[in-house]
Design a protein around this ligand. Sequence first.
Ligand SMILES: [Mg+2]
Ligand SMILES: [Zn+2]
Length: 202
Amino acid sequence: MANGARGVQGEYGKTTAGKAVFLDRDGVINVEKGYVHRIEEFELLPDVPEAIRLLNEAGFLVVVVTNQSGVARGYYTLETVRSLHRHLDTILEAHGARIDAYYICPHHPEHGIGELKVTCACRKPLPGMLEQAAGELAINLPESYMIGDKPTDTAAALAAGCRPLFLLTCFGSPGVEPPKGVPVFSDLLAAVRAILAAEKRR
Ligand SMILES: [Mg+2]
Ligand SMILES: [Zn+2]
């Protein structure tokens, strides 16, 4: 589902042509607590603003792709999610960092209420959000990366044709097995440093 790009127009020319780093949100940017939607429960993981700032400075588009079945389930609204994202933007701005766009899947095939109970193309592990972002923001998927903390993030990355990285920060699912062959990191900053090092070698 489209949520529109923020801060992309007019800035796009400054970025490395069409490269993005997609970020899952819960467990990658903020501590996974299950259905996080209140500002009081939104807790940034360590070094996240610095990691995002490094991506900004390297010319990557930074795009959040997040499943929010809490919206489908009626626990909170899409507007609540957007307002949490504005809160995140404010924190990042104070650190000179920015997220260029957010894509949110508010659906669930079984537990959704009303029209949100739908088998959509955007809920990870499907690649719909990444593909939509690629179309709207002119992203070259094979040149892009996706950092997530669940196998569904890796699956979405592979289905979209971009390179997955895996974080072992998933507070909500201890004992999650990282998918085979996918590089594993302890936090976002470590993953970002690996991306920047790999780009340097190219
Ligand atoms: Mg996650
Ligand atoms: Zn969806």
